[in-house]
Design a protein around this ligand. Structure first.
Ligand code: CA
Ligand code: CA
Length: 475
């Protein structure tokens, strides 16, 4: 074996262009600060926002949940339904003591009620401008203004007009410098355009960190959207290669609806299971997701920064880059390879569905009768520098499971996010071994290679946690 170099000192980090903050976030240390999250939802327009809110609440210990704002959308133009959010929080109140048997940090139900707010009950830009402030838009301003350097992640499950109003007001009342500061703290993800304010924000606030599959939702943009990879689209055929069974109603009956007070609130799917959930799947702290890098890919899909082409479903030509649809080539359950933006999301479907199923177990079962996720560890760190031809060691030694379950390992070469994105095998010796290696390939200039360690436990349902190794190969 040739010289092995695993470098993770400060100098090497500078060399490879990673800041300390990048590293901390990428490694998702258990004691890393929680992300701040504020949800905008057109809940009650159809059952799927309710489904998404139930999943969201089972993960509420992972984040500092800062707001739950009921909004309008194309599907529900003149009313908002905060009472529905509160109804779901009441179900959560009943199971919170049980959730706390499994993980700490679940917020008090009374706190969640206190941050449930209403947007102005009108459609799109009709609710933006003078006299259109609402408790929702004022709350967004207050949350972003908090003396807290962490960004505010804003998943948008319906129209974006409540956020647009907050931005409008800040722009009308503050100096350009203060507007810039305000905007710099926002990280938004929209489930396509469910009113005309997504395009308005993109045009008027070109600096906003924006992730999504733009296009007019009601005009059928969801045929193309990455987020539809969450559960396929039964009206347009099952997504070839994606596991449909685990997002279909019989599975949800068994693993979700049968589970106590929160399960009882989980409605039957009308169109698509949880079409809004991709907006926060990528914020779950699983070792894979790296929300500041949508181009890395994670449970919520993968998104690259570019100016989207103008489809007929757009309001007007797009003029600025956003993080939007990117393609992955993925081997499906049918054994064939599929290349699409939706595959960037459905490739993780088993993992995120089983994870949710376990959390629904947590709402009703004692610790010993439920499963808990393993901890994935990459020995020696997740940033490696190597020279062409060197053997790079990969070791998951130190990974463990809180239930004492046996662990299965997989080293997934993920070509798309790397600059060295050759699709052929990377030649990892044994992708299922806890310790393995590969030879750094030939490169002409420094190139990055993404390798995801997936550690899956032998519990039921099987749970997976990850670490992402980024190898920089130098000629
Ligand atoms: Ca929605
Ligand atoms: Ca376990």
């Amino acid at each position: 074996m040739k010289l092995i170099r695993q470098v993770f000192c400060g100098a090497a980090l500078l060399l490879s262009g990673f800041s300390g903050a990048d590293l901390a976030q990428a490694q998702d240390a258990p004691d890393a600060p929680k992300r701040r999250v504020l949800v905008l939802t057109d809940i009650e327009n159809e059952p799927d926002d309710t489904q998404s809110m139930i999943r969201f609440l089972t993960y509420s210990n992972q984040w500092d949940v800062e707001g739950l704002v009921a909004t309008t959308s194309i599907h529900q133009q003149k009313r908002v339904a905060p009472e529905k959010i509160k109804q779901l929080i009441e179900a959560y109140r009943k199971v919170r003591p049980n959730l706390l048997l499994h993980e700490k940090g679940y917020p008090e139900a009374d706190y969640l009620i206190s941050i449930t707010k209403s947007a102005y009950p009108d459609f799109g830009l009709n609710a933006v401008g003078k006299g259109k402030d609402s408790e929702g838009s004022e709350w967004i301003i207050k949350v972003v203004d908090k003396k807290d350097d962490r960004p505010v992640w804003i998943p948008v499950w319906g129209g974006a007009n409540c956020l647009a109003q907050a931005l409008w007001k800040v722009k009308m009342t503050r100096s350009p410098e203060d507007v810039k500061k305000f905007v710099s703290k926002i990280r938004m993800y929209t489930i396509s355009d469910q009113d005309d304010t997504g395009p308005w924000i993109r045009k008027n606030f070109p600096d906003v960190f924006y992730v999504g599959s733009p296009g007019y939702h009601a005009a059928g943009a969801y045929h193309y959207a990455t987020w539809s990879g969450i559960s396929g689209d039964k009206f347009h055929g099952r997504f070839a290669g994606a596991n449909f069974e685990i997002v279909d109603n019989p599975w949800l009956d068994e693993h979700v609806r049968s589970h106590g007070p929160m399960g009882k609130e989980y409605p039957f799917t009308k169109f698509l299971m949880e079409g809004d959930t991709p907006s926060f799947l990528g914020l779950i702290n699983n070792g894979l997701n790296d929300p500041e890098h949508p181009e890395y890919g994670g449970w919520g899909g993968r998104y690259e920064l570019y100016t989207p082409r103008t489809l007929k479903y757009f309001y007007e030509p797009e003029t600025r880059p956003i993080y939007t649809d990117a393609m992955d080539e993925v081997k499906g359950t049918d054994g064939a390879y599929h290349t699409s933006n939706k595959a960037t999301l459905w490739r993780w479907r088993e993992a995120f569905q089983y994870d949710f199923a376990a959390r629904m177990d947590w709402t009703i079962k004692p610790y010993k009768d439920a499963n808990h996720p393993p901890k994935a560890v990459v020995k020696g760190g997740t940033r490696i520098n190597a020279k062409v031809g060197e053997t790079v060691l990969l070791s998951a030694e130190g990974s463990q499971d809180p239930d004492g379950n046996a662990l299965n390992y997989e080293w997934i070469y993920y070509p798309e996010p790397g600059s060295y994105n050759i699709k052929e095998s990377l030649g990892i010796k044994d992708i299922k071994a806890a310790q393995t290696s590969f030879v750094a390939p030939k490169v002409e200039k420094p190139e990055t290679i993404h390798i995801v360690l997936a550690v899956t436990d032998g519990g039921s349902p099987a749970l997976t946690r990850y670490q992402r190794v980024i190898v920089t190969v130098y000629p």
